[in-house]
Design a protein around this ligand. Structure first.
Ligand code: CP
Length: 312
C-alpha cells in the first residue's frame, strides 16, 4: 500500500512518505505520455465522474485525460446543465451518480469542505479538485512534482508564495505540502489579502514583496481573483501591480540567480505577473500544466487499487 488513505481531500496532515509515493508514481507514469499511442489498459472497466460546481480548464481537462489514458470511462457533470438547476441537492446528486456505478468522484465546489462531506456520503474515493478557499491538493502535488523534476530536490528550497493569499486554496495546499517535504515557505501579500493563521503551516509571513523574494529559489505567483474582489480589499489593481507585481526587474534584483517562476493559472498578464515573465525561460508554468496529467494519473491509479506496475 503506497497510500494510507481512501480520499485525497487536502495536503494538511498528509505525511511526507505518502506525498513522495504519489510523486514517484507520477514520475513512473510520465513515460506513457511520451509514447506515440498514449493508452494503457490499467483502469479498464473502472469509471470516474468529474463533478465541477466551479469553472476549470486545467484541473478538469487533465483529470479527464488522465482517466482516458489509463482506459477508465469518464462522465462529467456540469451542474448548470444538470438537475441541480431543478433544485437537486449535492447529496442527492452524489447518490444518483454513485447508483450508476461510478468508482471515483473528482469534485470542485465553491464551499470549503464539500469534498469531505461527499466522502462521508459515498462509498467510493473522492478527490478534492478545489474547495472554496480551503485546499487544492492536486495542484500542490503537481507543483511539487514540477519543482522536484527541475531542482532535483524539495527539501531546503526557499519558496516565496506571493499574491492574493486570502482567496487562494492553492496557497494553503502548497504551504502545507512544501513545509511537509522540508522546503522553507515565505508568504507575501497585502495585509487585506492575508488571512490569519497561516503561521500554523510554518511559513514566514511578509507584507512586502521584496524581502519575501530575497534569495528565493522559487517565486510562486498567485492569481488576483478579480471575481472575488468586490469588497474593497484593494484600492485598485494598478496599485496592487505597482507594489506586488512580479517583474523581470524585481526577480533579477532580489531572487536567487537560478530562481524559477511558478503560477497555477489562469494568469492575469500584467496584473500579478508581467507578460514577459510568463513567457521567460525561467517560467515553468507550462511544465506545471503538463505535469498535471501525470500527477492525476498517479492519483487515479493509486486510489483505484493499482498496486502492480501499470501494464503498457
Ligand atoms: N490551477 C487550476 O486549478 O486551474 P483551473 O481552474 O483551470 O482548473
Amino acid at each position: 500500500m503506497l497510500l494510507h488513505r481512501r480520499h485525497i481531500l487536502g495536503l494538511e496532515g498528509m505525511p511526507a512518505d505518502e506525498i513522495i509515493a504519489i510523486l514517484d508514481t507520477a514520475d513512473t507514469l510520465k513515460e506513457i505520455l511520451s509514447r506515440p499511442i498514449k493508452k494503457v489498459p490499467t483502469l479498464r472497466g473502472r469509471s470516474i465522474c468529474t463533478l465541477f460546481y466551479e469553472p476549470s480548464t486545467r484541473t478538469r481537462t487533465s483529470f479527464e485525460l488522465a482517466a482516458k489514458i489509463l482506459s477508465a470511462d469518464v462522465s462529467s457533470l456540469a451542474p448548470s446543465t444538470s438537475s441541480v438547476t431543478k433544485g437537486e441537492s449535492f447529496r442527492d446528486t452524489l447518490l444518483t451518480i454513485q447508483a450508476m456505478g461510478t468508482d471515483l468522484f473528482v469534485i470542485r465546489h465553491p464551499c470549503a469542505g464539500a469534498p469531505l462531506f461527499a466522502s462521508r456520503i459515498v462509498n467510493v474515493p473522492v478527490i478534492n479538485a478545489g474547495d472554496g478557499m480551503h485546499e487544492h491538493p492536486t495542484q500542490g502535488l503537481l507543483d511539487m512534482l514540477t519543482l522536484r523534476s527541475i531542482k532535483g530536490k524539495l527539501a531546503g528550497l526557499q519558496i516565496a508564495i506571493v499574491g492574493d493569499i486570502a482567496h487562494s486554496r492553492v496557497a494553503r495546499s502548497n504551504a502545507w505540502g512544501f513545509a511537509t517535504v522540508g522546503a522553507a515557505v515565505r508568504i507575501a501579500g497585502p495585509p487585506t489579502l492575508m488571512p490569519p493563521g497561516l503561521e500554523a503551516t510554518g511559513a514566514r509571513i511578509y507584507d512586502r514583496l521584496e524581502p519575501a523574494i530575497e534569495g528565493a529559489d522559487v517565486v510562486y505567483v498567485l492569481r488576483i481573483q478579480k471575481e472575488r474582489m468586490d469588497s474593497g480589499l484593494l484600492p485598485s489593481l494598478r496599485e496592487y501591480t505597482r507594489l506586488y507585481g512580479v517583474t523581470a526587474e524585481r526577480l533579477s534584483r532580489y531572487a536567487a540567480k537560478d530562481a524559477i517562476v511558478m503560477h497555477p493559472g489562469p494568469v492575469n498578464r500584467g496584473v500579478e505577473i508581467a507578460p514577459d515573465v510568463v513567457d521567460a525561460g525561467y517560467s515553468v508554468i507550462t511544465d506545471q500544466v503538463a505535469n498535471g496529467v501525470a500527477l492525476r494519473m498517479a492519483l487515479l491509479y493509486l486510489l483505484l487499487g493499482g498496486s502492480d506496475a501499470p501494464r503498457g
